[in-house]
Design a protein. Sequence first.
Length: 132
Amino acid sequence: MPPSNVPRGSAADWLRHARSDLALAQLSPADTDILPETLCFHAQQSVEKSLKAVLVDQGAAFPKTHNIGVLLDLLPSRLSRDAILDEAALLTDYAVGSRYPGDAEDVTAEELSAAVGIAERVLAWALEIAVG
């Protein structure tokens, strides 16, 4: 993990947090008492923070939101866009609803795997742009 002495709120700081969330999302629920829903939440958080890192890097303002679609719409059109970004908006549902009992259906192993795969690719894309 990059050092914690990066400027607070910088693109590097957002990416540091995105990496941390991805590491949590990659844990195996079979080996822990962690619910797959919680791991999907961290996949969503990794994507959200990766996108915010790119927005900070590009000097683009963004609202306080967990809505990945909103963040995607704010990306400058001059940026190369990985195809995975189109799928990333699907993770917005994991931002809130999946974290509370009774609010959502259980997450399957396939859904968790897909969420983590999306988060991995979005973070890699963000690292190419914001770190270069």
